[in-house]
Structure formats: C-alpha cells, structure tokens
Write a protein that binds this ligand. Structure first.
Ligand SMILES: Cc1ncc(COP(=O)(O)O)c(C=O)c1O
Length: 426
C-alpha cells in the first residue's frame, strides 16, 4: 500500500468538504450567549471618569456603587492608568514562579502599613478568604490538635467559591450544596452566642467588621473587642475579612484600626486594585504558617495587577487622603440622614464612605431602578437597604448631586406606590 497516496487522498477529502453555511450575522452586543450568572441592568457602559459613567447612548450616570466598592479611586484615575500602561509596556506577567518588582513592593508596603508580617497576592476576595481558611486549618494542625472549625456570622459574606460560600450565610447558591464542612454560624453582634459556639474543635472566628451584603451592619465596638479578647483567651485565631471595608473604605487603611483590634489573619480585595482584580491575604505572628505549594495560583502576584495595587495603596497612604475620606463620609452621612428624615425612612449606618440607608418598606430594588432612570447608580444589598460606596475621591458636589437625584428617585417610587394603591382601591 502506498501510504503517501493514502495521506494525499485524505487531505483532498478534507479540502472537498463543503464550507459550513454562514449563520445570520450575530449582533456583537447580543446578550443571548451571556450566562445569566449576575442580574444586570440593560445599559452598556463605554466610558468612566471619576464619579461618572457614560453608556453607549451617551447618557451620564453618577456612580455611587463603583462596582460594589472596587473602583476605590473612581473611574480611570490617572495614577492607576499610568501605573497600568507603564507596567503593561514593561512586563505583564513574569509567571507565578518568579518575582517581579511590583509584587515585592506591594507586599512590603502592605506589611509595613498594616503592621503585618507576611502578605500573599491573589485574584479575588473569595480567593483571599479561601486562603485565610486554609491558613487557619493549617495553623490548627500545627497548634491546636488538628482543630479546623471556623465560626462565622449569620448573614456574613466571604465570596462565591465553595469554601468561601460555606463560610457565608445563607449559602446563596442553594443548588451547589453541600457546602464544605467545618463552619458554624452565630448571630452577628452577639457575644454570648459566640462564647457558646466555641469548643475544642474551633480554630478561628472569621468576621467582617461591617457586614456589607447583609445591609451595611457595623460590628459594635463592644462586640469586636470582645471577640478579640475571646480569641486571645482561648488561643484561637481572629480572621477579619476586610475585602469590602479595607484599603481606606472606612476612613482608615483597615477598619480594624477604627475598632482598636488586631486580627491574626486579614483579607483584602475589592478596592485594592482600584477596579482590576487583585486581593491580598495578610498574616501576623504564628499565623504565618504557609509553605510553598499551599496557596499557589497562575496569576497570583502578576506584575500588571501588582502595579495597580501599588498605585492604589500609595495613593490611599498619601498624606491627607484618609482624612478627606472621613470628611466626605460625614457629608454623605449627614445628607442621607436629612433625606431619610424628609422621606420618613429608617437608619443610616456605616463608616467612612460605606453607608447603608434602611428603608421602612422592602422597596430598595424599586428605588435602585428609579435612581437609574435619574442617572444615578446605587445598589440594594437587602430588600430594604440601599448601599452607597462611592469613589474614595468623591467630592461634596458629587454627594449633593447624588442626594438630589436620590430625592427624585424616592418621589418616583412614592408616586408609583400611590397609583398602585389607587388602582387597588378602585
Ligand atoms: C466581605 C467580603 N468578602 C469577600 C467577598 C468576595 O470578594 P470577590 O467578589 O472579589 O470574590 C466580598 C464580595 O462582596 C465581600 O463583601
């Protein structure tokens, strides 16, 4: 048999196959193929600057979510754009198995500014929380007879990967059960419940200083201090998830500073990258127990993201930056309190530039929709709570404009409510 001929025939057969018929041209902005994993508004955004975003129709929106607190310096801030473009031209990714300057500088600055002993860079808040869980479990093997149970708080959020979801409450992705074993949940701000839950299997307590997704619920000073004391007395770890509250969001580099507590393990994410994905796991004292191979990830500490993190952290640490966040935060809190009073709404709570406004009815999603019509981006972590997480650089003028638009959104919802009632009574 002549193999040469055989191969040539096979090749001809492929060449002769009819070309597939061209499907109808696809709209490049069609949403048909987008997995519906997140509920999204209809707008397609094309440009952002500071506190403003523009959609593909040229309409401007005042952004008081900033991607749920990720764009810590607002949209496309100069420091971040320069750091990213300079780094992209020099080196994007040397590979996780090699050092790069940005990674080393960021890790050193994180440790120095937070008084931590070690830091590790990852891609997302969920991953940082997974890292914290792994570190605590390893520590339990080394120092607490293999204890691995972690106590977390009801309504806590630590991310959407399976371990982080298992630490969260409730498990929002109910079809992916069962979660990971080794977590128990106790009511937040309830010290006796925490005392009662600790046993010989407990290795750590993991909490958010302010529960963001639960509706911006701050831990009380008494509670967090008490949790720290309990951890010290029992010789277990305190893990603070500062993915949402850290990197200046609460008017201090870390929210733990404002409470006067000191965690053994901390997680940072969201605002650290100013809009690009980077997170950090910080460890202190004996919690520095990771060894090579235990946390690895292909993109961990990549040069491009590290450059972004460094630009953000340096900006937040600039003199006067955090006092400006506190000042803007007070202006926002006062304005929201006035508005809440005028419209008969509930409590305004939070810190720095992370605020929640409790509504007296579960109409938050409706207010968010009405605000969108008014050119204002907000979100509703709970059916009766609006959340405000503007750029840390937000001006008093932006805050005043937001309050005007929010008042108009309240009026829209109020009008719609009245007409629904009228129709119901007709
Ligand atoms: C406190 C907290 N931890 C962790 C996460 C997860 O972060 P990421 O969405 O970056 O995975 C979130 C996200 O909302 C969060 O609020």
């Amino acid at each position: 048999m002549n193999l040469f001929n055989l191969r040539r025939q096979a090749a001809r057969a492929v060449e002769a196959a009819p070309a597939p018929a061209l499907a109808d041209p696809v709209d490049p902005l069609s949403r048909e193929h987008l997995m519906p994993a997140i509920e999204r508004a209809a707008q397609v955004f094309v440009r952002g600057q500071g506190s403003w975003l523009w959609d593909s129709e040229g309409r401007a929106y005042l952004d008081f979510t900033q991607g749920n607190a990720v764009n810590s310096l607002g949209h496309s801030p100069k420091a971040l754009v320069q750091a990213l473009s300079g780094q992209a031209q020099a080196l994007i990714n040397s590979g996780a198995g090699f050092h790069n300057r940005g990674q080393l500088k960021l890790v050193n600055l994180l440790c120095q500014s937070t008084d931590s002993d070690q830091a590790y860079l990852l891609n997302s808040g969920a991953e940082a929380c997974e890292g914290a869980i792994k570190l605590a479990r390893k520590w339990g093997q080394l120092h607490r007879n293999g204890a691995y149970h972690i106590i977390t708080a009801s309504q806590g959020t630590h991310g959407r990967s399976l371990g982080a979801l298992s630490a969260s409450d409730p498990l929002p992705c109910n079809r992916c059960e069962p979660g990971l074993p080794g977590f128990s949940k106790v009511p937040f701000n309830d010290l006796p419940a925490l005392h009662a839950a600790v046993d010989s299997r407990t290795v750590a307590i993991m909490l958010e200083p302010i529960q963001g997704e639960a509706g911006v619920i701050p831990a009380t000073q008494h509670y967090l201090k008490g949790v720290e004391r309990l951890c010290r007395e029992l010789g277990i770890l305190l893990i603070l998830d500062e993915v949402q509250t850290g990197v200046g969001r609460c008017g201090a580099l870390l929210a733990e500073e404002t409470y006067g507590v000191r965690a053994d393990i901390l997680t940072l994410g969201k605002g650290l990258g100013g809009g690009v994905p980077i997170a950090a796991l910080l460890a202190r004292g004996t919690a520095c127990c990771a060894e090579a191979g235990e946390l690895e990830g292909s993109h961990h500490g990549n040069a491009l993201m590290s450059a972004a993190g460094l630009a953000v952290l340096e900006t937040v640490l600039d003199s006067g930056f955090l006092s400006q966040v506190q000042d803007a935060g007070r202006h926002l809190r006062d304005g929201l309190s006035r508005l809440a009073g005028r419209y008969g709404q509930g409590e305004v709570r939070g810190q720095g530039l992370l605020w929640g406004l409790e509504l007296n009815e579960p109409l938050a999603a409706e207010v968010v929709k009405a605000a969108l019509q008014e050119g204002l981006l907000l979100n509703a972590p709970q059916p009766n709570v609006l959340r405000f997480s503007p750029a840390l650089t937000v001006s008093h003028g932006n805050i005043d404009e937001m309050l005007l638009r929010l008042a108009r959104a309240f009026s829209r919802v109020h009008t719609a409510q009245l007409s629904r009632r009228r129709e119901a009574n007709a």
